[in-house]
Design a protein around this ligand. Structure first.
Ligand code: NAP
Length: 455
């Protein structure tokens, strides 16, 4: 894939970049090690002062950076600006909490003294996707840098200007230029970097094939990796749920980021007692969405990020209908990269919409007769990222919490990441966690220290 900005709303090629040469990569790797030595030696408060400065820059530049995001990947501009603001939040969260999360932990044993110390690892490679081009990077970079590591970013090839802008934010915040570096490279250059002894660990957010490729390559060199992969999150609505809230949130949860979010609700599993009413209101709300220019603040659904995504989801919809699914609404291209908000129902197991991830504004609707059936269906995909359950019965909610195979269960709310809470998946959605205390402990050496006698 060429490294370039192509505006998905217009198809215009805005800017093209040349990939780094092997010699240029070598210089950046060398500097990443030097920068690690600098960052490691800094106190938490020195790192925090820079991280807070990064937050202030993001807040100050949010409109301009938001427009850049929209130009590169097409999300509605209001959401893009909100994404930049959320990045400031994660910077401030780790500026404030990293020292506490990584403080020595004393443990009582037979020795005079024993404790756990958390030490940084070195340069960490982050392979990132285009769908939240700032947020995905900052939720890696803020904890990794606060822990004392240095960061190397291989961003998706369609968001190079976002990648360069992020590097600039950290540099302007006072980090050494090499503490966080963007590598403008294609996916084919990742293996060589993972093989390099100077790179100590890797994280990838993206698709299953990319995750499997990066994790297996890292494993060959005995390096730790964290994977944040795809999802086909269930959104379960039980009879006691507040239907107004459930329908309004169902629409938001499906079309967030033009439908291209790992934690978007993708499969709507509705109890038969309320199924007809839910479908009627859901259809009405999906049909009322404003699809159009993502720079227009009133737009709710913009273009998909690349023509290939339109082809992919159109094929998934067509194949699902051919397999017997009923088209409730949408199911058509709207020209360019635009696709109509779509609902499919009565979906047989053989249809792609039953268990595959659909990365666009297409909802799969299922009707179930019981709680047990809802849980069985929720778990009937290879994924296990997020899930949302709608009920006013606490005991029922807790049975879903126990039964659903996922990294997160949200009750009466859509799934969303929060700097204070761990985020990640199980099954084919990946392993490891980002955010919260668990996230900052992924790229550290958990060092056990034992002093047999008091010194
Ligand atoms: P992708 O094609 O896997 O790309 C993600 C990143 O991996 C890009 O930087 C890409 O570079 C790189 N890449 C692709 N193949 C690679 C390989 N064989 N070796 C090394 N690097 C490789 O994914 P995407 O289409 O951009 O993103 C959509 C997927 O990401 C969806 O499945 C979505 O659910 C998932 N996602 C998950 C989370 C989460 O937190 N769990 C968050 C967001 C998205 P190029 O651009 O140069 O190909």
């Amino acid at each position: 894939m060429t490294i370039s900005t192509v505006n998905p709303a217009t198809g215009e090629t805005v800017r093209k970049f040349t990939a780094l040469s092997d010699g240029e990569i070598e210089v950046k790797l060398r500097r990443a090690v030097e920068a690690f030595v600098i960052n490691r030696a800094r106190s938490f408060s020195e790192r925090a002062q820079r991280m807070n400065a990064a937050a202030s820059i993001l807040e100050r530049r949010k409109d301009e950076l938001g427009k850049l995001i929209t130009t590169e990947m097409g999300k509605p501009v209001g959401a893009a600006i909100a994404e930049v603001q959320k990045c400031a939040l994660v910077c401030r969260y780790y500026a404030e909490n990293a020292e506490r999360h990584l403080a020595d932990e004393h443990v009582k044993t037979d020795a005079a003294e024993s404790f756990i110390r958390y030490e940084p690892l070195g340069p960490v490679l982050a392979v990132m996707p285009w769908n939240f081009p700032f947020w995905q990077v900052f939720r890696f970079a803020a904890p990794a840098l606060m822990a004392g590591n240095s960061g190397l970013l291989k961003h998706a090839s369609n968001v190079p200007q976002s990648a360069l802008a992020i590097e600039e934010v950290f540099r302007d915040a006072g980090f050494d230029a090499a503490e966080f570096q963007t590598l403008l490279i294609g996916a084919d250059a990742v293996a060589g970097i993972l093989d390099d002894d100077r790179v100590k660990a890797a994280t990838l957010t993206g698709s299953e094939p990319a995750g499997a490729s990066v994790a297996s390559r890292a494993a060959k060199k005995i390096k730790k990796s964290v994977l944040e992969l795809g999802g086909s999150d269930p959104f379960i609505v039980m009879p006691s749920a507040n239907l107004d809230d459930a329908v309004a949130t169902a629409v938001k949860a499906r079309i967030v980021n033009n439908g291209q979010s790992c934690i978007a609700a993708k499969r709507f599993i509705v109890h038969k007692e309320i199924a007809t009413e839910f479908e009627r209101r859901f259809k009405e709300a999906m049909e009322a969405l404003k699809v159009g220019d993502p720079m227009d603040e009133s737009t709710q659904v913009g273009p998909l990020a690349m023509p290939q995504i339109v082809d992919d989801i159109d094929e998934q919809v067509r194949k699902s209908i051919a397999a017997g699914a009923r088209l409730v609404t949408g199911g058509k291209r709207l020209g360019g990269n635009f696709y109509a908000p779509t609902i499919l129902a009565s979906i047989p197991e053989s249809a792609p919409a039953f268990a595959e991830e659909i990365f666009g504004p297409v909802a799969s609707l299922f009707v179930v007769g019981s709680e047990a059936e809802a849980i069985r269906l929720a778990n009937a995909t290879p994924f296990g990222l997020g899930s949302s359950v709608w009920t006013s019965d606490r005991a029922e909610a807790m049975r879903f919490v126990d039964g659903i195979e996922a990294g997160q269960v949200f009750v009466n709310a859509m799934v969303a990441s929060d700097p204070r809470l761990p985020f990640g998946g199980i099954k084919h959605s990946g392993f490891g966690r980002e955010l919260g205390e668990h996230g900052i402990r992924e790229f550290v050496n958990i060092k056990t220290v034992v002093l047999a006698k008091a010194l």
